[in-house]
Design a protein around this ligand. Structure first.
Ligand code: FMN
Length: 110
């Protein structure tokens, strides 16, 4: 089972969250192949992504929405077909009432 974790992190919080998620998946499914891919570091492996059964997106909350870098990635890859894959979203924020819900929905509605 291949799982892609695609994330943006400027200060490191979302990266740490992504690593926790990877750790949790591997604890539960030791034979899963998990690929942590930073958009900022241009690490997205499109072949691996295409072969993934599940894709998890992570972003810092910026002004109650997703970060511009993740939005740019979506806008640049609008033709990439994610249909049929399981999807999940996680965010990190400064405040639990700082737009966490709206930022998650920002990604989900894409
Ligand atoms: C431009 C900017 C906008 C932000 N907007 C929010 C916000 O609306 N709500 C919130 O709770 N935190 C906000 N934050 C805080 C970040 O979401 C938070 O520190 C996050 O964990 C940073 O993730 P990173 O360390 O992976 O970059 C903002 C930070 C920046 C730089």
């Amino acid at each position: 089972m291949k799982i892609s974790i695609i994330y943006v992190s400027q200060g490191g919080n979302t990266e740490v969250a992504a690593e926790y998620i990877e750790e949790g998946i591997l604890k539960r499914f030791p034979f899963a192949q998990v690929n942590l891919m930073s958009i900022r570091d241009d690490e997205v492996d499109y072949e691996f992504l295409q072969q993934s059964e599940a894709v998890i997106f992570g972003t810092p909350v910026y002004c109650a929405g997703m970060s511009w870098e993740l939005k740019k990635w979506f806008d640049s890859n609008v033709r990439f077909d994610l249909s049929g894959k399981l999807g999940a979203v996680f965010v990190t924020a400064q405040s639990p009432i700082g737009g966490v819900d709206t930022a998650i929905m920002d990604v989900v509605r894409i």
